[in-house]
Design a protein around this ligand. Structure first.
Ligand code: FAD
Length: 497
C-alpha cells in the first residue's frame, strides 16, 4: 500500500495552494483530481481559435511589487508570482442601468470620490463620509481581526464591532438617499453571490477596500496559467499528482483519518487529508455517515447551497471596442432595487437579471487572436430551476436564456450579435458536472456572515481532516487561494503536536 504524509483531494485553488505549501515543507504529498486538468473553476477551455477563461474576471488583493496586497505576498511565498504576467485594471467597473445610470468608477479612492460627487452632487458630503468610514472600519478589521489583537474589544475597535455584521444595504441606506448612487456602489455583491440586503458589511468593505487600494488585476494566460504554475511548483517540490482520479472514500477509524480510496480502488495510507471538494461531498459521500459527528450535519443543514452562474462565453470576429465596449468590466442592471435583483437570479427568465460583461482584450491584447475579442457574460444563477427542466428541453432552454441576454447586450451595443464567431454556454448544471459541487456552486454555501471565514476553521471535527476552498469561508479567487495556506498551516500545527 502506498503511503503519504498528506493526500490533497481536488486541484482547485484551495487544493493546489495547500499542496504547494505542504510540499515546500518537505512533506510527501499526493494530489488527487477527478478532472483531467488542474484548477477547478480556475481553468480555461478551447472552442475554435479561442481559449476561453472560465472564471476569473477581476483578481483582488494582488497589488504591485511597490504596494503589494496580501495575495501578492502569499503567491510570492508559493514561488509563482514572478513567473506570471499580471495586468492592473485602472477602473473598478462601468455600471449601466439603461436610461438612468452609466458611470465608470476608477480604482483610486480620490478619483472615485470625485466621479461620484460629480454625478451625485447633492450627496457630496455623504460620499466622503462613507469612504472615510469604510476605510477606518477596514483598518480596524485588519488590526483587530486579521492581526489577531489579543486585546480586541468594543472600545478599541468601535467601528468593527458596530458594523461588521450589519447588512450592507442598511449602511448604504444610512449614508445615501439616491437609489442610483447606492446601486453604483453595489455591483460587487456578484463576487460574493448574495445581494447587499443580506451581504455582511465586513465582506462588502473587504471587497471595496481591496479593489480600490490594490486595483483589480487580470492575469495573462488566464487563471489556467496560475493553476499550471502552482502545479509545476508542487511537482518541483516532489509532489505527486493523479488526474482523472477521484477520491472515492476518506477512511476514518476511531475518529481519525487513516487513508483514502481512489475511484479505481487504490488504497492510500495517510494520517492527514486536505479536502478541496465541497464540504457537502466530503461529509456525505467521501466519509461514511456514521463516522461523521452528528453535529456536522446539523451545522450544514442550517446553510444553503450558494450561487452558481449562467455564463455565455463569446469570441467576436472584431475588436469589441469598435462596437462601443470600452471597459474590461461592465455591470448591467434592470432595476436599482436590491430585492428585485435577488429574486431575478432565482428564475430562468433572464430578462431582468443583473449581469456582468467581461472584455478580456482591453487588459490583455493577446487574450484572443489578432483582430478578435474574448468576452464573457455572467449572471448569478441557481441549479434548482435548471434541474426542473426536462432533459429533452435542456438545450433549448439554454439557448433561449442566452438569446435573452444577447438581445439585451445587442440593445446597448448594436451589431454585437453579427460579430459572434464562437459561443458556448454554461449553466449551473455544467458547473455541477465539471466541479462535482452541489448545485454547481462555486462560492460554497451562501455567503451569509455565519458561513464566512470570520467563523469557520479549516480544521474538520475528524482528526487529520482539513478543508480548503470556497466551502470553508469565502468563495472567489483571493479567499480560496489563501484558504489553502490556512489549511496547510493547520496540518503543520497538527503534525508538530
Ligand atoms: C463562471 C464563474 C465565474 C466566476 N467569477 C469569479 C470572479 O470574477 N472573481 C472571483 O474571485 N471568483 C470568481 N469565481 C469563483 C472562483 O473561481 C471560485 O470561488 C474558486 O475558484 C473556487 O476554488 P475552490 O478552491 O473552492 O475549488 P474548486 O474550483 O471548486 O475546485 C475543486 C476541485 O476539486 C475537485 N474534486 C471535487 N471532488 C473531488 C474528488 N472526490 N476527488 C478528486 N477531486 C475532486 C474538482 O474536480 C475541482 O477541480 C467564478 C467562478 C465561476 C465558475
Amino acid at each position: 500500500m502506498n503511503s503519504y504524509d498528506v493526500v490533497v483531494i481536488g486541484a482547485g485553488n484551495g487544493g493546489l495552494t495547500s499542496a504547494v505549501s505542504l510540499a515546500q515543507k518537505g512533506l510527501k504529498v499526493l494530489l488527487l483530481e477527478r478532472h483531467n486538468i488542474p484548477g477547478g473553476c480556475a481553468t480555461s477551455f478551447c472552442r475554435g481559435r479561442f481559449e476561453f477563461e472560465v472564471a476569473l474576471h477581476q483578481l483582488s488583493g494582488l497589488g504591485t511589487p511597490d504596494k503589494p496586497g496580501p495575495l501578492r505576498s502569499y503567491l510570492h511565498g508559493l514561488e509563482v508570482v514572478d513567473e506570471l504576467e499580471w495586468v492592473a485594471m485602472e477602473n473598478l467597473y462601468r455600471i449601466v442601468l439603461p436610461g438612468k445610470l452609466d458611470l465608470t468608477l476608477p480604482a483610486e479612492k480620490d478619483a472615485l470620490i470625485s466621479v461620484l460627487q460629480a454625478r451625485f452632487p447633492a450627496e457630496k458630503e455623504s460620499i466622503v463620509q462613507f469612504f472615510d468610514m469604510l476605510y477606518n472600519f477596514f483598518y480596524q478589521v485588519i488590526q483587530g481581526f486579521f492581526m489577531r489583537d489579543p486585546e480586541i474589544s468594543k472600545e478599541k475597535y468601535p467601528l468593527y464591532f458596530k458594523y461588521a455584521l450589519k447588512n450592507t444595504q442598511e449602511i448604504l441606506d444610512k449614508y445615501f438617499t439616491d437609489s442610483l448612487l447606492k446601486l453604483a456602489l453595489s455591483p460587487y455583491w456578484a463576487y460574493m453571490g448574495i445581494p447587499t440586503s443580506h451581504l455582511a458589511f465586513v465582506d462588502y468593505a473587504a471587497l471595496m477596500f481591496q479593489y480600490i487600494e490594490y486595483k483589480p488585476f487580470h492575469l495573462k494566460g488566464g487563471s489556467q496559467a496560475l493553476s499550471n504554475a502552482l502545479l509545476a511548483r508542487f511537482i518541483k517540490h516532489g509532489g505527486e499528482v493523479r488526474f482523472n482520479c477521484a477520491a472515492k472514500k476518506i477512511m476514518v477509524e476511531n475518529g481519525r483519518v487513516t487513508g483514502v480510496i481512489t475511484a479505481d480502488d487504490d488504497i492510500i495510507a495517510c494520517e492527514r487529508v486536505v479536502s478541496n471538494a465541497s464540504t457537502v461531498v466530503t461529509y456525505t459521500e467521501l466519509i461514511d455517515a456514521e463516522k461523521v459527528p452528528e453535529e456536522q450535519f446539523e451545522i450544514m443543514s442550517s446553510s444553503t447551497i450558494g450561487t452558481s452562474a449562467f455564463t455565455v462565453y463569446i469570441g467576436l470576429d472584431c475588436e469589441a471596442r469598435d462596437l462601443g465596449i470600452d471597459e474590461s468590466t461592465i455591470f448591467f442592471y434592470e432595476s436599482a432595487d436590491p430585492d428585485q435583483q435577488a429574486s431575478a437570479v432565482r428564475s430562468l427568465d433572464m430578462s431582468q437579471d443583473p449581469f456582468l460583461l467581461s472584455y478580456y482584450n482591453l487588459a490583455d491584447p493577446e487574450a484572443s487572436p489578432p483582430g478578435t475579442s474574448q468576452l464573457a457574460i455572467v449572471n448569478m444563477a441557481y441549479a434548482d430551476p435548471w434541474l426542473q427542466v426536462p432533459p429533452a428541453e435542456y438545450q433549448q432552454m439554454k439557448y433561449h436564456c442566452a438569446d435573452t441576454i444577447l438581445n439585451r447586450v445587442e440593445e446597448l451595443f448594436p451589431g454585437f450579435r453579427d460579430h459572434i464567431e464562437e459561443i458556448d454556454i454554461a449553466t449551473p448544471v455544467t458547473h455541477m458536472r465539471y466541479l462535482g459541487s452541489p448545485g454547481g456552486a462555486f462560492y460554497g454555501f451562501d455567503q451569509y456572515a455565519k458561513d464566512s471565514n470570520l467563523f469557520i476553521s479549516p480544521r474538520a471535527p475528524i482528526q487529520g481532516l482539513f478543508l480548503a476552498g470556497a466551502w470553508v469561508g469565502a468563495g472567489g479567487f483571493q479567499p480560496t487561494l489563501m484558504s489553502g495556506g490556512a489549511a496547510a498551516r493547520a496540518v503543520l500545527r497538527d503534525m508538530k503536536k
